[in-house]
Write a protein that binds this ligand. Structure first.
Ligand code: GUN
Ligand code: ZN
Length: 429
C-alpha cells in the first residue's frame, strides 16, 4: 500500500466562491490533510484522520496554516531577470527592458537556465502552478515545460506571438505563429501536468492576420486556454484604437478574430468600457488582477470587486516581471491596498481564495488544484504565521486566526513558507 502522509495544523477549506458566499472559505484549527500518492484522500479533524489512518506518516505543523499551493494566473517567466526595472510605463518598459531580455531566449540553454531559476523561486514562495507567457521562441516553451515536468508541476504556458511593433529578433509571422503554436500544443498539451495556452501577446504586437490565425487555431483546439493582455494602460488603449480603427473597443480586436471565449484569460483588464465588461460576463471569460504590476508600471486600479460582482471569474497574479514580486503573499497585500484605494477592502478569505481556488478557476483547473479536498491533487503550501519578529509580535496580539493570517498576507514573504508539496511530494528546501 502507498505510504499515506498526514499533515496537521490549521487547514483552509473552500466550498465555493467567497464573493458569493463569505462562509465558503474557512480555517479549521486542529484539522488535517491526508495524502496518498499524488492525491488528497481525506480532510477533517486531525484526531479522526489519525484514527482513520494509523499508519500514516504524520507531519504536525502545529499552528501553521495548511492551504493549497498558490496559483499565479499570469506571469512572464522570461522576465525573471529584469524584474524591478526602474522608471518606465508599459510601452517604454517593454521596449527598454523586456524586449532586449526576451531576445535572449532564442538560446535554448539560457531559456532552460531561467526556467529553472524562475520555477525554483516560485516554489520557494509557495506557488505550485502558474500560467506563463514564454517568448516567441519555441525553445523557450520547451524549456519551461521541461523544467516544470522535472518538478512535477501543473503549469500552463504558451509561445508568445508577435508579428509587428517588436524588434526583428522578436517577430514571427501569422503563419509561423500558427504553425509553431500548433506544434507546441500538440507536443505539450495534456502531457503529464502541462497545459498549453494559445498566446498572442496583445493586439498592438499582432497584425489582424496573426490574430485571425490564432483564432483559427483556438477553434481547432477549443480545450486549450487562450491568454493575452487587455486594457492595461490608457496609452496602450489609444494605440489599439489607432491600429484597429474598425474595432468597437480593445476587446473587440480579439472578439473579431475568434479570440474571445470562455477559456480566454485576459490579463489586467483595468480601463474597460461597459461593453467589454458585458461581453466578458456573457461569454464566461476570465480576467486576471495583477496588482503589483498595475502600480509598479503605473497602469491603474482594477475594479476587482465590481468585476467579481458581475460574476466574472477573476484570477490573481504576480505578472512577473512587470509585477515587482514573485510572492503571492505580496500580491494579495497589493490587491488589498488597491481595494482600499477603491473603497472595497478585501477580507483575508477573499485574498486567499483569489490566490488559490479563484486563480485555479480562471485557468479552468478548479477541479484538480486550488482546494484541499478529497480527490484534489496534493499541491500544498504550509505557512508559518509568525515567520519574522515583526509578524510574530502582531500574531501574538490577535483575537482570531483571520487576524493572524492577514498579518502574514500583509507582511510576509518567502520566509513564511514552511513547506511545499507538489503532487504529493515534499519540495526539498
Ligand atoms: N502587455 C504586453 N506585453 C506585456 C508584458 O510583458 N507585461 C505587461 N505587464 N503588459 C504587457
Ligand atoms: Zn503580462
Amino acid at each position: 500500500m502507498t505510504q499515506q502522509i498526514l499533515l496537521t495544523g490549521h487547514v483552509l477549506t473552500t466550498t465555493g466562491d467567497p464573493f458569493a458566499d463569505p462562509d465558503a472559505v474557512q480555517i479549521h484549527a486542529g484539522h488535517g490533510v491526508l495524502i496518498e500518492g499524488s492525491r488528497i484522500v481525506a480532510t477533517g479533524p486531525a484526531d479522526r484522520l489519525r484514527a482513520h489512518a494509523p499508519q500514516a506518516e504524520v507531519h504536525d505543523h502545529g499552528s501553521h496554516l495548511i492551504l493549497p499551493g498558490f496559483v499565479d494566473a499570469h506571469v512572464h517567466y522570461p522576465q525573471t531577470a529584469i524584474i524591478a526595472s526602474w522608471g518606465k510605463r508599459l510601452i517604454d518598459w517593454l521596449n527598454t527592458y523586456t524586449f532586449p531580455e526576451e531576445s535572449r531566449f532564442g538560446d535554448a540553454e539560457y531559456a532552460a537556465q531561467v526556467s529553472e531559476s524562475y520555477l525554483d523561486l516560485a516554489l520557494a514562495h509557495g506557488t505550485t502552478t502558474m500560467c506563463s507567457f514564454a517568448t516567441i521562441h519555441p525553445a523557450s516553451v520547451d524549456a519551461f515545460f521541461e523544467a516544470a515536468a522535472t518538478r512535477d508541476m501543473r503549469v500552463v504556458a504558451g509561445k508568445t506571438c508577435m508579428d509587428r511593433n517588436a524588434p526583428d529578433s522578436l517577430r514571427d509571422t501569422a503563419q509561423s505563429a500558427y504553425d509553431d503554436s500548433k506544434a507546441l500544443l500538440t507536443r505539450w498539451h495534456g502531457k503529464g501536468r502541462a497545459h498549453y495556452a494559445i498566446t498572442p501577446r496583445f493586439s498592438p504586437t499582432s497584425t489582424p492576420e496573426q490574430l485571425a490565425a490564432l483564432g483559427a487555431l483556438w477553434a481547432e483546439h477549443p480545450d486549450c486556454l487562450m491568454q493575452t493582455h487587455l486594457s492595461e494602460q490608457v496609452d496602450e488603449i489609444a494605440w489599439v484604437r489607432d491600429l484597429y480603427p474598425q474595432a468597437r473597443d480593445y476587446l473587440d480586436t480579439y472578439e473579431a478574430h475568434g479570440l474571445l471565449g470562455a477559456r480566454g484569460v485576459y490579463g489586467h483588464a483595468i480601463h474597460m468600457e461597459p461593453r467589454e465588461v458585458d461581453r466578458l460576463a456573457e461569454v464566461g471569460a476570465a480576467v486576471v488582477h495583477c496588482p503589483t504590476s498595475n502600480t509598479f508600471i503605473g497602469s491603474g486600479l482594477m475594479d476587482l470587486a465590481g468585476l467579481a460582482a458581475r460574476g466574472i471569474a477573476v484570477g490573481l497574479a504576480t505578472d512577473t516581471g512587470g509585477g515587482s514580486s514573485f510572492s503571492m503573499l505580496r500580491t494579495m497585500a497589493a490587491a488589498y491596498e488597491i481595494g482600499q484605494l477603491r473603497g472595497t477592502p478585501l477580507h483575508a478569505r477573499h485574498l486567499l481564495w483569489l490566490a488559490t481556488a479563484g486563480s485555479a478557476r480562471s485557468l479552468h483547473l478548479q477541479d484538480r488544484i486550488g482546494t484541499l479536498a478529497p480527490g484534489y491533487e496534493a499541491d500544498i503550501c504550509v505557512l508559518d504565521l509568525a515567520s519574522t519578529p515583526a509578524i510574530a509580535q502582531r500574531a501574538a496580539n490577535v483575537s482570531d486566526i483571520w487576524e493572524a493570517v492577514f498579518a502574514t498576507i500583509m507582511m510576509g514573504d518567502d520566509r513564511a513558507v514552511a513547506q511545499v508539496w507538489v503532487n504529493g511530494r515534499a519540495v526539498a528546501r
